[in-house]
Design a protein around this ligand. Structure first.
Ligand SMILES: [Zn+2]
Length: 279
């Protein structure tokens, strides 16, 4: 089927009481395995690329490959820029064919976040593209304070104002997660999530899914998370499986054998994540 908006996939997840996974991908295999696994599990999925991964795959190539595979797929597939850093980069992704944009000004002062996010939303909505914004700041998991200090968390009483003024279609919130590898076990602020979910009416997004204890992910989904972002774990898993394959001397020393020989074990990681988000 044709690509659909990420926010429509999140709404489906909301109605079904689960979370869709937003996976960061970066090459043909990483995109293909996600879509194949989503088809096997009959679940919608959102493909994303992180701006730094442009070095691995240009936006236009990423969009063209994802669009082609989505059209052949039996499940809805979304295509989103992850953490667009500014208006120019977001528009580069739009021009390349992305149908959904995440814009991240969460590191700025509140008023700047509102103003700059609104500019992106205005243009994107005119083009029929949905936008995810971020309120509170989801930082780096290597810095413990980023996910333990509540000053980085989403302020409940600002959430409604942010949504009304920016008109974003989905909201990434900060409740105790961070990006990358955690240096201690995260402990999500479920009360804050409940309160945010009670005052907002757009799908809520949890970034930094890799390394969050599974029972906390399940609870967060039951309390209103409709999109769970996974990036680090997938990237690391692919590396680890390939390394093991090479060290064990499996197959002929050819890239084609490496890619085919490691495919199932990598897909098993995706399958596990998808089942966690949609029990
Ligand atoms: Zn993120």
């Amino acid at each position: 089927m044709a690509l659909i908006k990420a926010c429509d996939i999140m709404k489906m997840a909301d109605q079904g009481g689960y979370a869709a996974i937003g996976f960061d991908a970066f090459n043909l295999e990483s995109i293909m395995y996600i879509i194949e696994t989503a088809e096997e599990l009959n679940t919608p999925v959102i493909l994303m690329i992180y701006p730094a991964m442009k070095a691995n795959m240009p936006y236009s190539t990423f969009a063209a490959v994802t669009k082609d595979l989505a059209e052949k797929a039996s499940v809805p597939v979304g295509l989103m820029l992850d953490h667009g850093p500014d208006f120019e980069d977001a528009m580069a992704a739009v021009a390349a064919g992305f149908t959904s944009i995440m814009i991240d000004y969460s590191h700025l002062e509140y008023e700047d976040n509102v103003r700059l996010t609104r500019e992106v939303v205005k243009t994107c909505h005119a083009l029929g593209i949905d936008v995810e914004g971020e309120l509170g700041h989801v930082g780096i998991a290597a810095n413990e304070a980023d996910y333990t200090d509540a000053k980085n968390f989403t302020e409940v009483d600002k959430a409604l104002d942010y949504l009304e003024r920016t008109q974003v279609d989905a909201l990434a919130i900060s409740i105790g997660t961070a990006h990358g590898n955690y240096v201690s076990a995260p402990n999500l602020d479920m009360e804050r999530l409940k309160e945010i979910n009670a005052v907002t009416d757009v799908p809520l997004v949890l970034h930094g899914g890799t390394g969050v204890p599974e029972e906390q992910i399940r609870e967060a989904i039951s309390l209103g998370i409709n999109k769970l972002n996974m990036a680090t774990g997938y990237n690391l898993k692919m590396y680890d499986v390939m390394k093991k394959y090479i060290v064990e001397g499996k197959g002929r020393p050819r890239a084609t054998d490496l890619l085919l020989g490691t495919k199932e074990e990598i897909k098993e990681y995706i399958r596990h994540a998808m089942k966690l988000a949609r029990p």
